[in-house]
Design a protein around this ligand. Sequence first.
Ligand code: ATP
Ligand code: ATP
Ligand code: MG
Ligand code: MG
Ligand code: MG
Ligand code: MG
Length: 267
Amino acid sequence: MAKSKYEYVREFETEDKLLPNVFILVRIDGKGFHKFSAEHDFAKPNDVRALNLMNHAARSVMNELDDIVLGFGESDEYSFLFRKSTDLYQRREAKIVSTVVSLFTSAYVYYWRDYFPDSSRPKYPPVFDGRAVLYPSEVEVRDYFAWRQADTHINNLFNTSFWALVEQGKMSPRAAEVKLSGTDSKQKNSMLFEEFDINYSKIPAIFRKGSILLREQIPKDMDKDAIIPTLPETLPGSMVAKATLFTVIENSSSSLDTPSETTDSEN
Ligand code: ATP
Ligand code: ATP
Ligand code: MG
Ligand code: MG
Ligand code: MG
Ligand code: MG
């Protein structure tokens, strides 16, 4: 096709290719989910339906984008780790981040009814933002996930204590905040146990530790159809809650340079 005289405006687009051979991590986070969760009557401190919907949306992302090897979710956020050697969109940052965010958001809305059967759709369109971060080695990748999981734990212990004081202890939110300020984990744990009979370590792992999605590699010679049907399209909530960890299965002949491997056979 002949070029039009307007074609020159394309030259204004800037290059945003991400550095080769480093891990690409994309994290998405819900915009204003403090309000969104209240408007949709999420259970406090943790609504398991909302977490399972997040997990389902993340699974949709991983089913579409083969190069994501690991996902981690908590609250209104999800992190996706790409294999080092991914060449998705020639590593163009805007294409990668916008595709992840868009797919996650549309899946969140698409599957809403499966988790909130009393409403056919959310009251207003939810928004997620996204960013890409590059990590040079497995050390930072491991520390990244440790950081997010520590965040899950700290927030959950605080929120569990806060809502115990408010709902069971009949304290005002302000008073509960004052009571908790300056307390360490040990003090929160014993307060929960002594005043509210809550054994923190018995709280479901999905609340304390978040959710992990791992991609499993299927050997080349294995029959794809023999395996895929065993993976239900909708994972039952109890299964996710109990296991915290579940897998996405891929029939892939390429090797995955997962963070647990030290060599990249493809590079
Ligand atoms: P921002 O737009 O800056 O991200 P935010 O309101 O989304 O603001 P976050 O720090 O992302 O704030 O926190 C998300 C909030 O969403 C939590 O503090 C909690 O109130 C709520 N939330 C998210 N998921 C759940 C859930 N599964 N159950 C109950 N509440 C949830
Ligand atoms: P890429 O993922 O690279 O963007 P693409 O298949 O989306 O690939 P585009 O160049 O974006 O390709 O073109 C979008 C295509 O979608 C059009 O060529 C056309 O076939 C189809 N399409 C989009 N909107 C309409 C529409 N309203 N009616 C009919 N076809 C449409
Ligand atoms: Mg925030
Ligand atoms: Mg948020
Ligand atoms: Mg958040
Ligand atoms: Mg297109």
